[in-house]
Design a protein around this ligand. Structure first.
Ligand SMILES: C[S@@+](CC[C@H](N)C(=O)[O-])C[C@H]1O[C@@H](n2cnc3c(N)ncnc32)[C@H](O)[C@@H]1O
Length: 328
């Protein structure tokens, strides 16, 4: 489905009856926001539907949040700045795939990094997709350019404060890209950006592109919305759409408590729920051994050379399960 078709299509999800609350008393709340574990050990189909309804019904607010400075920092510092070298080493005119692209903030940030690449994003929430299409406006694009400029400067300041050996090695690496990056962002025009973006409606649990179509696949914060038995198939599907030897990035939610305090956690469930904006969203959380198990089963099916798990997102609210970022 093309961008112009999105407008014509109604959200594909029928309304569901409200999910009965099965929340444990572990609730952490401040003002109107609540984060808590339900008693479930895996997402139910109703929880998945309710999550998508929440994204659809509150798309404008989610889009505002995704385009906030805080959200930009999470995506930039925990994902894109870590993948800078790989992104700059992509072949000319590379094609990137972004499953679960939401309102397209991270997808557009990546396009700023390389002027020749094109990006295809898809999302199950029709309304958030529409927000992504609407994000291709001058105000958002210039704001993003400024956020990138500030973030790359902050990266460089961080590197400076980490001791002289790191400073020299990392700063040199960073400075190689930084002037290009800010120059590109400021030179970018809406017209050229629009030509390089393709936004579609789609579900990560079914692969709909031809095998080996993309030079990089980045699934940012989408796998936590899947049932555990869907994750392996989704990762295999993404690998199938990736050219051989290229990089796949995804993240899942890891809760340190699940490794140290399993009795309590298991009793109180493993599905994390928030109602930060307008309704409930549910996320699966994993222990390290569960993450290892997924990777192990994956490796048996598709041999790959290396797995790099980098950085838990340090900005993240300590009350919430952290993201663990994996590249293979
Ligand atoms: C936490 S948001 C992340 C959005 C974006 N990747 C970012 O980092 O800003 C999760 C996104 O995944 C989408 N999503 C959830 N389940 C999905 C599925 N099965 N297939 C595709 N997208 C899905 C949601 O609609 C939402 O846009």
């Amino acid at each position: 489905m093309s961008v112009s078709q999105i407008e014509k299509n109604k959200p594909t999800f029928r309304s569901t009856r409200p999910v009965e609350s099965s929340s444990a008393t572990l609730a952490q709340s401040s003002n109107m926001r609540t984060y808590e574990y339900t008693r479930d050990t895996d997402l139910t189909d109703l929880q998945i539907q309710e999550t998508i309804q929440t994204y659809n019904a509150n798309a404008e607010e989610y889009s505002e949040q995704e385009w906030s400075e805080q959200s930009f920092k999470v995506v930039w510092q925990s994902v894109l700045s870590k993948l800078k070298d790989e992104i700059f080493e992509l072949p000319e005119n590379a094609k990137i795939l972004f499953p679960g692209s939401g309102s397209a903030q991270s997808l557009l940030t990546l396009l700023f990094m390389r002027k020749d690449i094109t990006a295809t994003g898809y999302d199950i929430s029709t309304k958030l997709l529409r927000e992504g299409v609407n994000s291709l406006n001058w105000e958002r694009v210039t704001r993003l350019a400024e956020l990138i400029r500030v973030a790359t400067q902050a990266d460089s300041d961080n590197e400076k404060s980490r001791g002289w050996v790191n400073t020299i090695v990392n700063l040199l690496k960073l400075l190689t890209h930084m002037p290009e990056l800010t120059e590109r962002a400021s030179e970018e025009t809406l017209d050229s950006l629009q030509k390089r973006v393709n936004l579609l409606e789609g579900d990560i649990t079914s692969s709909f592109f031809r095998p080996e179509s993309f030079d990089m696949v980045l699934a940012v914060a989408v796998l936590p919305h899947l049932r555990k038995d869907q994750v392996l198939a989704a990762v295999l599907g993404m690998l199938n759409q990736l050219k051989p030897g290229r990089l796949l990035y995804f993240n899942v939610r890891y809760d340190p408590k699940t490794d140290t305090d399993s009795a309590t956690t298991l009793k109180n469930g493993r599905v994390f729920k928030d109602n930060v904006i307008g309704g409930n969203r549910y996320f699966n959380t994993y222990t390290f051994s569960e993450i290892e198990d997924v990777l192990w089963r994956l490796r048996k099916k598709v041999p790959f050379e290396s797995v790099v798990a980098f950085s838990l997102s340090h900005h993240f609210d300590k009350k919430k399960p952290q993201f663990i970022n994996v590249t293979i």
